[in-house]
Design a protein around this ligand. Structure first.
Ligand SMILES: Nc1ncnc2c1ncn2[C@@H]1O[C@H](COP(=O)(O)OP(=O)(O)OP(=O)(O)O)[C@@H](O)[C@H]1O
Length: 281
């Protein structure tokens, strides 16, 4: 009863600023939860929140030993969370940054269609000749660090140039080629490899690199397998395979058009568009 009175008194004494403060904090926590929902960080974060809530409860009930243990556990739990989930935290911060500053989303429909057509044509030809290729289309996450690992090109996107870049035993064929807006900006770039252990063991470093960059950015990465000619697409940490020219063009247009319009949650839409035969095959 006494606790209830304290709560009622606190609410009565609350100023508009305090109320605004609570709403902002609640909104931030809601956003953070949405970002880590369905990731491996979710369970650990739930555990930390539970400890956080149990501290005042144990103090109120005078459970001194439990209160002491919880007080000691919380900082360790938070530190563990930051260390283990550094990639997720990084992605979350990048996501917040992305929402604030739109980077290289092509606005003009004609340019978008031209870039996609050139990329898809090159990919189809590379697939037919079983020439390995890794093409990254930069979106809102800036890829300057990755671009700097390769050789600067700065040429208008064309299928002929893309096909030429990946010709075996030429200087730029190894590594990834990065497209920014309607230009090929760099080739021979080194991408971060994924740490995901659930990936089909038959897939080598080219595919692991594509998944790696899609985990660390919102880039769209197209892979042509040198071994089989199979065309794959890595987006948001997931890999979908066996695209043909039309299917690839269709999904690229949908994703890029959607990002231009930004109507609803990107992840939800992508889940619907991409029929995932295997999540990561
Ligand atoms: N970190 C990286 N960043 C960019 N490109 C990479 C990276 N690691 C490997 N590659 C590219 O992948 C090539 C090696 O491909 P590998 O055969 O290991 O992969 P794969 O996934 O089995 O592909 P494929 O089906 O084409 O054989 C390298 O020659 C290089 O061009």
């Amino acid at each position: 009863m006494q606790a209830l009175n304290i709560i009622i008194k606190t609410i009565k004494d609350m100023s508009i600023i305090s109320l605004l403060d609570i709403i902002v904090v609640a909104y931030i926590f809601y956003k953070i939860y949405n970002l880590i929902k369905e990731t491996r960080a979710e369970q650990l974060l739930k555990g930390i929140i539970l400890i956080f809530l149990m501290i005042p409860v144990s103090s109120f009930l005078h459970l001194d030993m439990l209160n002491w243990i919880l007080n000691k556990t919380l900082p360790i739990g938070l530190l563990t969370f930051v260390v283990i989930f550094q990639p997720e935290i990084r992605r979350a911060l990048e996501h917040i940054g992305r929402s604030t500053f739109d980077k290289h989303i092509i606005e003009d429909d004609e340019t978008m269609d031209k870039v996609i057509t050139e990329v898809v044509t090159a990919v189809e030809n590379l697939s037919e000749s079983k020439t390995g290729a890794l093409i990254v289309i930069e979106q809102r996450t800036g890829l300057a660090e990755i671009i700097n690992t390769g050789t600067n090109i700065d040429a208008v996107v064309s299928s002929a140039l893309l096909e030429n870049i990946f010709v075996v035993n030429t200087p730029l064929h190894d590594g990834a080629t990065i497209i920014r807006n309607d230009r090929i900006v760099s080739s021979g770039c080194v991408l971060p490899l994924t740490n995901n252990n659930n990936i089909n063991k038959k897939l080598g470093t080219r595919h692991r690199a594509a998944i790696g960059i899609s985990e660390n950015s919102d880039a769209l990465t197209i892979i042509v397998s040198e071994e089989t000619g199979t065309i794959s697409l890595a987006v948001n940490g997931g890999l979908t395979r066996n695209y043909d020219k039309d299917k690839l063009k269709d999904i690229l247009i949908k994703i890029m058009q959607f990002r231009k319009k930004k109507k609803s949650s990107f992840k939800e839409k992508v889940k619907g568009w991409i029929k995932r035969e295997e999540k990561i095959s």
